[in-house]
Design a protein around this ligand. Structure first.
Ligand code: G
Ligand code: G
Ligand code: MN
Ligand code: NA
Length: 254
């Protein structure tokens, strides 16, 4: 309850902001997109992880406003990036289950797109695998509506809920993001790389784009590239960055 109050006042005071982590093409090593990630810096200067505060935001309902804020920041940043000449970059936004299921979510999405003038084809929403696996008719309907706006859908943390893959055929998904737990295992053994390998193959067979998350060293990047993984994101390439740092990074990585 204390944290809920702190989050509410912190959000009102502007303590929440969005950073952007580049995503790169593994073959050319050029940036192809960015993921918007929320940060909360409290008044003493320390950061509270979204792993801790997102559940509280969901529980309290604050996630609706906060999620809308992230979506709007990301849309505006995409427009600025394009104005600065970075016209090929996509923008990925994490969407919480609570936010996605809200009756006004589609209206908020359309409004964020319209107000910013962001091109929907360059915006991607990341939903978690657990959300996709529930697979009720409502979700199928929702995704169809999202797709009608022109926005794409990625499955975040893919591979962590591997009990049923049948939803992949029924839902309008565009991209799979290999969870970093599997990326960190690929340099170990053949067994360690088998899930990443399977996801890459699955993406290829289903015509889905694949991004490996949490790539921290060159060996991981090379193995992923050899396995045919088209895209990656991780500390090896770039940390999540504030907009000014992102523009500097992009200038150095054309
Ligand atoms: O950026 P970091 O690694 O600290 O993020 C930790 C977790 O918080 C990740 O699972 C990420 O998806 C989630 N997260 C980060 N930003 C957002 C956001 O804007 N909305 C939601 N729903 N989750 C986010
Ligand atoms: O669950 P999601 O994919 O949204 O989580 C993204 C989070 O992963 C971000 O909070 C980001 O800070 C974190 N992240 C990005 N790259 C790396 C990495 O190379 N290693 C680790 N450990 N975390 C990373
Ligand atoms: Mn994500
Ligand atoms: Na993830």
């Amino acid at each position: 309850v204390r944290m809920m109050h702190a989050l509410r006042t912190g959000f009102a005071k502007g303590e929440l902001f969005v950073v952007y982590q580049p995503q790169i093409d593994l073959n050319t090593r050029q940036p192809v997109g960015a993921e918007a990630l929320l940060r909360w810096q409290v008044s003493d200067g320390s950061f509270i992880s979204p792993v801790r505060f997102i559940p509280i935001a969901e529980y309290s309902g604050l996630i609706i406003e906060i999620g809308d804020f992230v979506l709007r920041c990301a849309c505006k940043e995409l427009v600025r990036l394009r104005a600065a000449g970075h016209c090929a970059l996509t923008m990925s936004v994490n969407v919480s289950q609570v936010q996605f299921r809200h009756p006004f979510f589609l209206a908020m999405l359309r409004s964020a797109l319209e107000d910013s003038g962001a091109p929907p084809e360059y915006i991607e929403l990341e939903i978690t695998e657990s959300m996709a696996m529930e697979e009720p008719d409502q979700l199928i309907q929702m995704l169809a509506e999202v797709k009608r706006t022109g926005v794409s859908i990625a499955i975040d943390d893919f591979g962590t809920g591997f009990s049923s893959l049948s939803y992949l055929q029924r839902l309008q998904i565009d991209r799979l993001k290999i969870d970093r737990a599997f990326v960190s295992e690929i340099t170990g053994s053949a067994r360690g790389s088998s899930i990443a390998e399977m996801v890459i193959q699955l993406g290829r067979n289903l015509g889905l784009s694949v991004v490996a998350e949490g790539v921290e060293d060159e060996r991981q990047a090379q193995i992923l590239q050899a396995l045919g993984c088209p895209m990656a994101q991780g500390f090896l390439f770039a940390q999540p960055m504030s907009p000014p740092a992102l523009y500097d990074w992009l200038r150095e990585h054309p």
